[in-house]
Design a protein around this ligand. Structure first.
Ligand SMILES: *Cc1c(COP(=O)(O)O)cnc(C)c1O
Length: 399
């Protein structure tokens, strides 16, 4: 092989991983009791994911149960208002109301093949809890959902849905009662009961979760690329998504990472602004360290203690981030921006009133970022990932 081909291959692998390492990020930082389990899971995933019957089963449920492909919708009013053409990838129209179901269907099919009899999961905004309880009901598997008490309060409707679907909810009062605390509780339960299947909901945690979650969400970008090409006959200029742990964002971005003409923008939960304790903008303000089983950016102080976080969006209110996004930040392949609560609320109202689509408050961060970036770009055509619908947020008093 000549060097150019070798260089090309290295280039192609640059942002991806099969062993759980994204540059220096990722890996498996867990107690020995989990290491063997996770290595088995990694091996099982790698072998199973491309087996034709597994792929067929995964795509069957995405089509018939989830309702994929989700539409790529030209947002005519928003585009007119802004003077820049915008398409929305409508993950809000999936069954259960967000992108989370893409990953839960994939993982529960794996769990079923591994013979799992109990599923556990964490949830923040409740969308992953609902998606997991839904998948568990579909396949008749026992299910436990860990949720922080503050999130249970601010996302009441999803708490009721999880219970109705037959899952057991375990509220945690540790910390601030948010997503980080739910992950801690679920990981703790997993360490004590290593025979359960832990169905992690974002692109975080130890290997193989970031690779697995990224893979099952990449359906979003593969569809969007094809849909966009059918309408516009080319690639989009810009992609936008919000990042909590990073799963809906990598879902949209993955298939475009090596298309260097496509600019990639991600919106972080900026809370009240850029001060520790008031924000959840991990890549904008954090630093690399080991957090919840992986080496990645995190909002930690000089003693590696995790700062409290704040975001109005429970799904973004998290001090960690995906190792793959950490690499995309360091290599400048994607840019990460702090969007405040107030900016997200304005976008939430704007999309509702002007387009007739009520977005999740998480997704509203991506809309807010697009509004800022695209102000003076009349010739651009962009895709915003609308990660979820806002039913869960309408009864909250969003100022
Ligand atoms: C969970 C959630 C998010 C944030 O999680 P990611 O893993 O970063 O995608 C964003 N939007 C919605 C609607 C969610 O439910």
């Amino acid at each position: 092989m000549n060097t150019t081909i070798i260089e090309e291959i290295t280039e192609i692998k640059k942002y991806d991983s099969i062993d759980g390492k994204y540059g220096e990020y990722g890996g498996m930082y867990v107690p020995p009791i989990l290491e063997g389990k996770l290595l088995d899971l990694a091996k099982f995933f790698m072998v199973t994911k491309s087996q034709p019957d597994f792929e067929a089963e995964y795509l069957h449920y995405l089509k018939t149960f989830v309702g994929r492909p989700s539409p790529l919708y030209y947002a005519q009013n928003l585009s007119k208002l802004l003077g820049s053409r915008i398409y929305l990838k409508r993950e809000d129209l999936n069954h259960t109301g967000s992108h989370k179901i893409n990953n839960t269907i994939g993982q529960i099919l794996l769990a079923k093949r591994m013979g799992a009899t109990e599923i556990v999961a964490e949830t923040g905004a409740g969308q992953h809890g609902v998606a997991t309880a839904t998948a568990a009901a579909l396949f008749g598997i026992k299910c436990k959902i860990f949720m922080g008490s503050k999130d249970a309060e601010r996302q009441k409707m999803n708490l009721s849905r999880i219970k109705l679907l037959g899952a057991e909810v375990i509220l945690t009062n540790e910390g601030r009662g948010t997503l980080k605390d739910a992950v801690d509780a679920a990981l703790g339960y997993y360490i004590e009961n290593p025979d359960v299947y832990y169905l992690l909901g974002s692109q975080v945690g130890p290997h193989p979760y970031p690779t697995m979650v990224g893979y099952f969400q990449s359906i979003i970008g593969r569809e969007a690329k094809k849909q966009f090409f059918e309408i516009e006959g080319k690639l989009p200029d810009n992609l936008f998504a919000c990042v909590g742990g990073g799963s809906n964002a990598i879902g949209l971005f993955a298939d475009f990472l090596y298309d260097s003409d496509v600019a990639i923008f991600a919106a972080e939960g900026g809370g009240y602004g850029p001060e520790m304790g008031n924000t959840a903008a991990t890549l904008s303000l954090g630093k690399p360290g080991v957090f919840q089983g992986t080496y990645s950016y995190a909002l930690t102080d000089d003693n590696d203690e995790v700062y409290h976080t704040h975001s109005i969006a429970a799904g973004l209110d998290y001090p960690g981030i995906s190792p793959q996004h950490s690499l995309l930040k360091d290599t400048n392949r994607a840019s990460y921006h702090l969007i405040t609560d107030a900016e997200a609320i304005a976008a939430f109202k704007l999309l509702s009133k002007r387009e007739g689509i009520i977005p999740a408050i998480e997704s509203s961060h991506a809309v807010a970022l697009a509004l800022k970036v695209l102000k003076d770009r009349p010739n651009d055509i962009s895709i915003i990932n609308l990660s979820g619908r806002g039913d869960k947020d309408v009864e909250r008093d969003l100022m």
